[in-house]
Design a protein around this ligand. Sequence first.
Ligand code: NAD
Length: 258
Amino acid sequence: MTQDPSAPDGGLPFAGLSALVTGGASGIGLATATLLAERGARVACLDLTAEVPEPLLGLRADVSDDASVRASVATAAEAFGGLDIVVNNAGIGAAGTVEDNPDEEWHRVLDVNLLGVVRVTRAALPHLRRSSAPAIVNTCSVAATTGLPDRALYSATKGALLALTRATAADLLADGVRVNCVNPGTVDTPWVGRLLSAADDPAAERAALEARQPTGRLVAAVEVAEAIAHLAGPWSSAVTGTALPVDGGMHGLRTRPT
Ligand code: NAD
């Protein structure tokens, strides 16, 4: 169990709180769910698979299907006696310029990356409004703030998610529900593993991805999880409507230091 003596509650700042993490069965979502559980939260993972390690509660659902989202949110809230934290993290990738993808592909990716967040947030809000420490954290991307080549559709979904984060934060201010997002750079997850295995030269592709970040390495999933936990927790009680880059300096720095 991770212990941080400087944190409130002797290192278990999420004791007594419950969280729902979408896309919680892999990568950033699994790292976040694990971290929140280690720090005292009861955590449900809403994902296409319900296979998650103990003590996480696995809930099989598709964020592009409203009925399955509503059923899973209700199950989590009933199991935990409420919901305090929602991490909207499920997402899918898409390569291509505006000329490469037909309308159907735009609708498919928007349905998960943007509307999926709308559905989960909408279903969870009645529970969050009853919480004493409600917070929503969305997993956005450096693609929302930086022009990445060959990622028009994916970037558009994440740019829209950044705007949605801010607008929702404004709408929920009076309810005391904080809404923020993280903007990761390239993170070492199964997602990136799949991209690398599909490349002609995986080692060269990995080196190119590492070189794109000023720190010269990929971000670890747990580093994004720490940022999400910060935004979900008591340390950020004055923070809402903002985006925290976790990107090895991609957004703020022009070159890698020598
Ligand atoms: P991952 O593929 O390891 O995990 C994503 C999880 O989301 C999987 O468990 C998958 O089953 C689930 N998921 C996908 N579609 C779903 C759906 N319709 N309903 C429910 N669950 C669904 O990926 P990851 O790298 O951990 O990415 C997580 C989030 O981080 C995504 O939103 C992604 O856009 C974002 N992100 C990733 C990176 C990166 O470099 N890995 C960078 C920036 C942002």
